[in-house]
Ligand binder design. Sequence first.
Ligand SMILES: [Zn+2]
Length: 151
Amino acid sequence: MALAKKKDTPVALKREQKTGQPAEAKTAPLRNVCIICEQEGIEGKPVKEDAILGSIRAIKNALKIATNRRLIVCETCVPKYTEKRGRFEKTLVQYVAISAIIVVGLIALPLIAGGAFNFGALIFGVAIGAFITALSFTQYMPAVEGIEQKR
Ligand SMILES: [Zn+2]
């Protein structure tokens, strides 16, 4: 077994360097799955990897429930996806703006009222801001390669 391992490792490493993907990903082919209609094994535009998806994957890997699926948006779901992505982006911008107003308000109001700078209020404001921003991620839609948002 030790011998077999020694023999396999360089090949696996070489493969990893070439594709930039872990060697195991090659042995188990990735199945496409549409993030909107959840249909499997269809063609579509690939979802861009981001911090959120990376974290979800890391958690799944840690729990050993990784599904080996490649997230895509199929041709039929593009309009639906564009709408959902647009809604998410709008919500995120709004929630970040609300968070900023709350944080600034909590810091500025006591100062305007003639009080001293309140460090507790700053921490409180940042915590509320982070919470509100996190709420917008209940509508989370990842970016997709080749689908541009109208702004
Ligand atoms: Zn679909």
